[in-house]
Design a protein around this ligand. Sequence first.
Ligand code: AMP
Ligand code: ZN
Length: 147
Amino acid sequence: MNSDCIFCRIIARQLPSTTVYEDPHTLAFLDIAPIVKGHTLVIPKTHHDPLLDTPGPVLEQLILVVRKLARAMRSGLGAAGINITQANGPLAGQIVPHVHFHIIPRFNDDQHSWAAPQGDYDDDDDRCRFATQIQAAITSDPEHNNG
Ligand code: AMP
Ligand code: ZN
């Protein structure tokens, strides 16, 4: 537990929240400011951040609960679609530094737009340079051959 972390304090019941699902490793609760009503956050009960540095076994449990919640929104809320998002770092819009997934049910009349402008690469060299740099980092990552 990180006592400076609001999500750790929610897990410890030091702060209120509306629980949707809980198991020994995971807590899911309603976002206090929903993008669409039913918007739920799924967090591990141990403090990790960002996702990039979160152990694989923790993420494996977490993503299965994300799927469980998404399925429940489809069958229980009648969601026509589901957005699943996850931010790492303030520049990416992360506010709370405890790894979490947002699960957002979507309805025909929810008035929410996910449209974002998309760009392009300058040319083939520009595109290949990005792919090559990412590929090189993957192969040099010590975790690469350890799952
Ligand atoms: P992020 O920008 O990915 O870090 O998202 C953090 C989310 O936590 C935001 O959508 C907030 O509305 C939500 N949030 C912050 N405090 C609380 C709280 N006490 N209970 C429920 N949700 C919260
Ligand atoms: Zn925490």
